[in-house]
Ligand binder design. Structure first.
Ligand code: PLP
Length: 447
């Protein structure tokens, strides 16, 4: 990192930053030049040094309805006074039942049985376990293999990590990942698809690689395929036109379950409640988290097709699935999720990404001639600007631009040399312009 080129530290504070081991963070870099926010309202964070920071990534892809939503904080405050906690094993309280019904009503067809978790990682591991246990329950116990995809991200549990395909996340654990996992190729193809608007034209044939894996391992040995309809964490990798449909055809033909990880794409990010609906492909299991509570309380939900659930209900009358979390269906999380759903539906936010998509894509694609820009991807209210790597090292240029954006008043994500954007769905055109002006300025200054 060339320190001379980096912006001055936005925070000069006497805080002790030494003892918190920050997740997925270059701790030493961060602590040398911290970025700390202390409050948030609407589209803006406020940094500890009093600056307004436009939230270009909905926190971490989760505050889809913007920040400081009173309806959510008041619902949570009421709930903690009323019932702070209730066990979820062999016991219950009304809220997760109500939430399951509400979520089932907005889910893709048939995905109306809900299992609650506390995060996207837990949702991924839960979905994989349900898939494996389901195959056993229907007498297909040889189906134990799982198939993920290169560049996929399904969180950090050993299950999600094993089917995930981001090398950096896996390396330190490579000998300890689940056996019996294979990966589809990723769909990023800049040579053919650079600067596409919406879904890229080329690459549907990448889904046919699944037929190759089926031929290699035998359909009778494969339980499930898990993919993000759109990979967010790897830098916004979009499915080529027809790709998800083709995966659906192949999995159905071979009795393999299809799992969509919609932890990022769920709750309006692409338009509609889920990407499955926007792109017209219904999986057997769908995982979610993040936007479920608008990021306000940790929670995940796994949407399971009713036929899968019914298969579990055919066995002996006892615990049907030996799986769950102390905080599954936590009262505070349920209260937050119900309030978030009211906002999403009351403000028609699941349509917002569709309404703004053209403007958003035009605005993003207008950055294509800036220095070092090698690709721009956009769909719904998600975007990515990919820069050529600095000869001094991959990721340096992206990180410089990310830091400069924060300094200039916008928070983005950076993955390597890709800057990812996913603003709250309440953003308007003027604020889209502002966000992209800051990004463009940072690229000009720092790239
Ligand atoms: N799955 C996807 C697609 C994600 O993007 C993420 C997080 O970014 C996860 C799973 C993991 O979620 P969490 O960090 O809540 O465990």
């Amino acid at each position: 990192m060339n320190r001379e080129n980096t912006p001055p530290s936005p925070v000069a504070s006497a805080r002790n930053l030494d003892d918190y081991w920050m997740p997925f963070t270059a701790n030493r870099q961060f602590k040398a030049r911290p970025r700390l926010v202390e409050s948030a309202e609407g589209l803006y964070y406020r940094s500890v040094d009093g600056r307004q920071i436009l939230d270009g990534c909905s926190g971490l892809w989760c505050c889809n309805a913007g920040h400081g939503r009173r309806e959510i904080s008041e619902a949570v405050a009421r709930q903690i006074r009323e019932l702070d906690y209730a066990p979820s094993f062999q016991m219950g309280h009304p809220l997760p039942f109500e939430l399951a019904e509400r979520l089932g009503a907005i889910a893709p067809p048939g995905l109306n049985k809900l299992f609650f978790t506390n995060s996207g990682s837990e949702s991924a591991d839960t979905a994989l376990k349900i898939a494996l246990a389901y195959q056993r329950a229907i007498g297909q116990g040889t189906r134990t293999r799982l198939i993920g995809r290169e560049l996929g991200y399904h969180g950090v549990g050993f299950g999600g990590l094993s089917v995930g395909g981001m090398g950096g996340n896996r390396k330190a654990f490579s000998a300890n990942l689940l056996p019996g996992v294979d990966h589809l190729p990723h769909t990023l193809d800049i040579a053919r698809n650079a600067f596409s608007r919406g879904l890229p034209e080329f690459g549907v044939e990448k889904a046919d690689e699944l037929e190759r894996l089926v031929a290699l391992h035998g359909a009778e040995n494969i339980a499930a395929v898990i993919v993000e309809p759109m990979s967010g964490s790897a830098g916004v990798v979009l499915p080529p036109l027809g790709y998800l449909q083709r995966l659906r055809e192949i999995t159905r033909k071979h009795g393999i379950l299809l799992i969509f990880d919609e932890v990022i794409t769920g709750f309006g990010r692409i338009g509609e409640a889920f990407a499955a609906q926007r792109w017209g492909v219904t999986p057997d299991i769908l995982t979610s988290a993040k936007g479920l509570t608008n990021g306000a309380v940790p929670m995940g939900a796994v949407f399971v097709h009713q036929d899968i659930f019914e298969a579990f209900m055919q066995g002996p009358d006892g615990i049907e699935l030996f799986h769950g979390y102390t905080y599954s269906g936590h009262p505070l999380a349920c209260a937050a999720a119900l309030a978030a759903l009211d906002i999403y539906q009351g403000e028609n936010l699941f349509q917002r990404a569709i309404e703004l998509e053209d403007y958003w894509c035009d605005a993003l694609l207008s950055l294509r001639d800036l220095p070092h820009v090698v690709d721009i991807r956009c769909v719904g209210l998600v975007g990515a600007v990919q820069l050529a790597p600095d000869p001094a090292g991959a990721g340096l240029r992206g990180y410089r631009v990310f830091e400069q954006c924060f300094h200039d008043g916008a928070m983005l994500r950076c993955t390597g040399d890709t800057l990812a954007l996913a603003p709250p769905l309440i953003i308007d055109k003027a604020e889209i312009d502002r966000l992209l002006e800051i990004l463009a300025g940072a690229i000009r200054k720092m790239a």
